[in-house]
Design a protein around this ligand. Structure first.
Ligand code: CA
Length: 488
């Protein structure tokens, strides 16, 4: 199969702490603070679109540029499962039927000792996921992965030594989130994988399957990094997307708040099925970005932005339903200003950042605190559940908002105000967040930054109608439903 993965519409997930060697090495540490106890759920991370490094042929033969401040990167050999169809709540017996093929992958990261917070700077630099074309799925548990640096064998892994094998990992991941066709699940990276520095030639080879070869180089100059700069523009002050007879349809807002299609059809806001207002790329979210909220959760305000990533399965449009699972004690909303990137951004300063913003919308970043574990927190089981991030209804073009740092936020449950705040209280402004993220990786048009939430969280129950509103952007409505309603 001469296929490659390059699809903006998918999400790539990896997992740490999924092999016996790593767990043995860290056994005593994982019982101590800050982790306190070994992880129960798989500890997942996301490799965003900017990390994809597929030169497109079987051997890849690409180049990985180290970040400017890095001397070397760990090269973890792994296998990626490419999903062939929608996978939700799988069983061990049917899990692998949902996999259409596999890739040989080298997942690069900067060395890091702590697994307490998401390792965005370490794991998400441009081109840090090198992978082969897609191969037919082999017998996975017998595979041996060998890493060579400058033709010298430096590491050997056997997939028979995974803590969760492919089927079990699929079961445990799809228990709380859906994997969609084209999504990739990497089977895990080893603790202290071998390091490669600038000038090294690296090969990851899997007997009877395939290999990837690449070269590690020093940091790319911004001017010659090979980034194809792109820009997205919108004509109308407010745009949205809806489904009409199953077709994704771009719409604008009429003066009296109704929905207008390009063909001139006018519909009531309540009569359409809403999608996220634009095609969304990578989703970045901020933890603890309002000082009052950090205090509410008994944390000190962070010195650097605390960023985590979200998959596309979490997104859902205006007027949708979000599931509260049975037997959870605390699920809360988070009203957030969502910033949509309009132009390829790399090393953009806060002063220039405004020019890179397409527009703004409203997001509600639900969390279920029952599932919080002290690994890459807030971990994906808390934050990456299907349809737990309503967003919309409209994208308001950036030039329509005089100052995004002076907007009031309000959340209502069944009409009663529960959360009030202002974007003026953000610790890191939208412009500083673009500066920070674009210093780590390339931002692309359609990428979204959820900028955090102020204090005033409350539990939500079945049947509650949650409205998150931001001054000048509109009201995003969502209804909480139980398992039976959601799955039927
Ligand atoms: Ca949030």
């Amino acid at each position: 199969m001469a296929m490659t993965i390059n699809n903006l519409t998918n999400t790539i997930y990896g997992v740490i702490l999924n092999d016996n060697k790593t767990l043995a090495a860290l056994e005593s540490e994982l019982g101590q603070p800050p982790y306190k106890s070994p992880a129960k759920a798989p500890v997942l991370y996301i490799k965003p679109f900017n990390t994809l490094n597929n030169s497109g042929n079987e051997g890849n033969n690409g180049v990985v540029h180290l970040p400017a401040d890095a001397k070397a990167a760990e090269v973890a050999a792994t296998i990626g499962l490419v999903m062939g169809k929608t996978a939700s709540r799988l069983t061990v017996d049917n899990a692998l039927e949902h996999v259409s093929g596999v890739v040989v992958a080298a997942d690069l990261s900067l060395p890091h000792d702590s697994y307490y917070r998401p390792a965005i700077r370490e794991k998400c630099f441009d081109g840090s996921l090198v992978f082969s074309e897609i191969y037919a799925t082999p017998k996975l548990e017998t595979l041996t992965l060998t890493t060579l640096i400058n033709d010298e064998e430096v590491n050997t892994r056997h997939l028979s030594e995974l803590k969760r094998d492919a089927a079990q990992l699929l079961v445990d991941v799809t228990e709380f989130m859906t994997l969609n066709e084209g999504d990739v699940l990497l089977l895990g990276v080893e603790y202290q994988a071998p390091q490669a520095k600038a000038g090294d030639r690296v090969q990851v080879t899997v007997d009877d399957l395939g290999s990837v070869n690449f070269t590690v180089d020093s940091a790319a100059q911004v001017t010659d990094s090979g980034i194809a700069a792109t820009e997205t523009k919108v004509d109308a002050p407010r745009v949205g997307r809806v489904l009409i007879d199953g077709v994704v349809t771009a719409v604008t807002q009429t003066d009296d708040g109704q929905v207008k299609t390009d063909a001139g059809q006018i519909l009531a806001e309540s009569d359409v099925q809403w999608l996220p207002p634009v095609e969304i790329g990578s989703v970045f979210a901020l933890g603890l970005n309002y000082a009052d909220h950090a205090k509410e959760l008994a944390f000190n305000a962070p010195e650097k932005p605390l960023v985590f990533l979200k998959g596309k399965n979490t997104l859902v449009g205006h007027n949708a339903q979000t599931r509260r699972p049975a037997n959870v004690d605390y699920m809360h909303y988070e009203c957030e200003l969502a910033v949509v990137v309009g132009k390829t951004a790399r090393n953009v300063s806060a002063d220039e950042a405004k020019d890179y913003i397409l527009g703004y919308t409203v997001a509600n970043d639900y969390a279920i605190r029952d599932y919080l574990e002290n690994y890459y927190r807030p971990n994906l089981r808390v934050k990456n559940r299907d349809h737990c991030t309503p967003i919309g209804p409209w994208l308001t073009r950036a030039d329509q908002i005089a100052d995004p740092m002076q907007l009031k936020l309000v959340t209502r449950i069944n009409g009663e105000v529960k959360q009030e705040g202002t974007t003026a209280d953000m610790i890191f402004s939208v412009y500083h967040l673009i500066e920070y993220l674009s210093s780590i990786m390339t931002l692309n048009p359609g990428d979204v930054i959820l900028t955090g939430t102020p204090e005033g969280l409350a539990d939500v129950k079945y049947g509650d109608v949650i409205e998150t509103e931001i001054e000048g952007l509109g009201v995003l409505r969502n209804t909480i439903v139980d398992d039976e309603t959601y799955f039927n």
